[in-house]
Design a protein around this ligand. Structure first.
Ligand SMILES: NC(=O)c1ccc[n+]([C@@H]2O[C@H](COP(=O)([O-])OP(=O)(O)OC[C@H]3O[C@@H](n4cnc5c(N)ncnc54)[C@H](OP(=O)(O)O)[C@@H]3O)[C@@H](O)[C@H]2O)c1
Length: 207
């Protein structure tokens, strides 16, 4: 017997949603995501589970997480209402989805990605990490130019300024850090400032 496997069966999805309703002591969920792609997933079954949860009013909106564009389209093709997001890792530390085309696929579909680990789980502030050190230097420079004292505000503004319309999910439970994140809604970065942070992460200039 294997110790671990993914379960995206219709029964499991419906039970997970119902368990969340109980745990949150509520009648409906605003948004329900499939956490990660499952190599054995049956898109028809997932779509059926979503349809039932939607029809019964238990869930308003559905999305996925860590899906490739192809996986997203395959599930969408089985559904009669739109998926609203793909929650993927995006931060100045992790540029993967700018290169995987996931971000531009979502732009084509007019879908806002959610960004998990927008501060790379805190790693972005680790001054012993060479990549973080470069990013921190760039963040400090931009913060100085904009007269902003919290570097996390600059990170959130870097995400929020991207034209795809990223919804970052902060992992901090500290109110002052959430306030720093909210401040980013007011910050406009120039293209040059955005690229300074991007290039710091790459460790070299763009070609
Ligand atoms: N879909 C997925 O596969 C997936 C994967 C991972 C996470 N997620 C979701 O995404 C959410 C956010 O992810 P995350 O927790 O990695 O987010 P994050 O916001 O990148 O990281 C939060 C961590 O960074 C620390 N931090 C924040 N500001 C800091 C600063 N100025 N200096 C040093 N450390 C700082 C926080 O510490 P404090 O607590 O002290 O503020 C916390 O430990 C999670 O809650 C989870 O729901 C989803």
């Amino acid at each position: 017997m294997v110790e671990k496997y993914y379960d995206t069966s219709k029964e499991h999805i419906i039970k997970s949603a119902e368990d969340s309703l109980k745990a949150l002591n509520t009648d409906y969920l605003d948004l329900f995501l499939i956490h990660r792609p499952d190599p054995f997933m049956n898109m028809d079954e997932i779509a059926e589970a979503f349809y039932e949860l939607h029809k019964s009013g238990k869930v308003l909106y559905f999305g996925v997480s860590n899906f490739t564009p192809q996986q997203f389209s395959a599930l969408q093709s089985k559904m009669n209402f739109p998926l609203v997001t793909n929650q993927i890792e995006i931060s100045p530390y992790n540029l993967e989805h700018f290169n995987s085309d996931n971000i531009f696929f979502l732009m084509e579909e007019n879908i806002n990605p959610m960004a998990w680990s927008p501060l790379a789980g805190g790693k972005i502030f680790d001054s012993k990490n060479e990549k973080s050190k470069r990013i921190l230097e760039a963040l400090k420079k931009v913060a100085k130019e904009l007269n902003i004292d919290s570097l996390d505000t600059i990170v959130f503004s870097w995400l929020l300024n991207h034209p795809v319309g990223i919804f970052p999910i902060s992992g901090s439970g500290k109110i002052y850090r959430l306030k720093n994140a909210v401040k980013a809604l007011e910050v406009k970065l120039t293209r040059e400032q955005w690229f300074a942070i991007y290039e710091a992460s790459l460790g070299h200039r763009v070609p």
